[in-house]
Design a protein around this ligand. Structure first.
Ligand SMILES: [Zn+2]
Length: 224
């Protein structure tokens, strides 16, 4: 981690850093792993342990770099970012999905594109689109993130879907989420298909839409 964000570092050599060490890399490589850039060293010579602190100590539990959604969408993939946007779409395939037990790909009609017919492993996933008026990105919540966001665990989600059906569940989610602003912490993957944010946590901003609307109208001198 540094003051601009965080990145994984893979060492193909014997390296034993201590927590809190400040290191400098020279002649290292950058590789892509699951859409995110990783730093790689092949030789201990590429690492220098710094004796003086180049920046203040960083708290790893609470190190999130605020990045505007447009900047995020137009930049490279990043870890440890914090951004915000308005939920403009809730995808129909949000809810309980089934994954291949071998590769975790999402099954379509009990079929994995790689491993054929499979008995699926259930998982929870939510998919949205967020927009800031200029740019938009997909927002994906895996199980932990989704459970926290929904305020219910996977078993309860399954119960809700059993009760009101998948469409009913998604409709309820739309009623709760559409047009609301959210704060997102997580990582971004930007490729030729666009930008996707994998959230660690997503929470509603506490903006009251009515109050916010009035503020905007006041700002622009609008009267209805
Ligand atoms: Zn598979």
């Amino acid at each position: 981690m540094d003051p601009t964000g965080r990145c994984r570092l893979t060492a193909w050599c014997e390296m034993n850093p201590s927590e809190g060490d400040f290191i400098r890399l020279e002649g290292a490589r950058v590789q892509y792993w699951q859409g995110s850039p990783d730093l790689v060293i092949d030789d201990l010579e590429q690492v220098k342990n710094l004796s003086s602190q180049p920046w203040e100590k960083i708290d790893p539990e609470n190190h999130w770099i605020p990045v505007n959604l447009s900047e995020l969408v137009n930049g490279g993939s990043r870890r440890g970012i914090e951004t915000s946007g308005t939920i403009v779409s809730v995808r129909n395939d949000s809810g309980i999905i089934e994954r291949c037990s071998e590769c975790r790909r999402v099954l379509r009609e009990n079929n994995c594109s790689e491993h054929g017919n499979q008995v699926g492993v259930e998982d929870l996933r939510l998919r949205f689109v967020v927009d800031n008026g200029i740019s938009n990105a997909s927002l994906l919540m895996s199980k932990d993130s989704a459970e926290e966001f929904l305020g219910m665990d996977m078993e309860r989600v399954k119960g809700e879907i059993a009760k009101s059906g998948r469409i009913g569940f998604v409709t309820e989610l739309r009623n709760r989420c559409l047009s609301r602003e959210v704060f997102i912490r997580g990582r971004s993957i930007v490729d030729e298909q666009g930008a996707m944010i994998l959230s660690d946590t997503t929470s509603f901003s506490d903006i009251d839409p009515k109050k916010y609307g009035n503020e905007i109208m006041e700002k622009w001198g609008l009267v209805i």
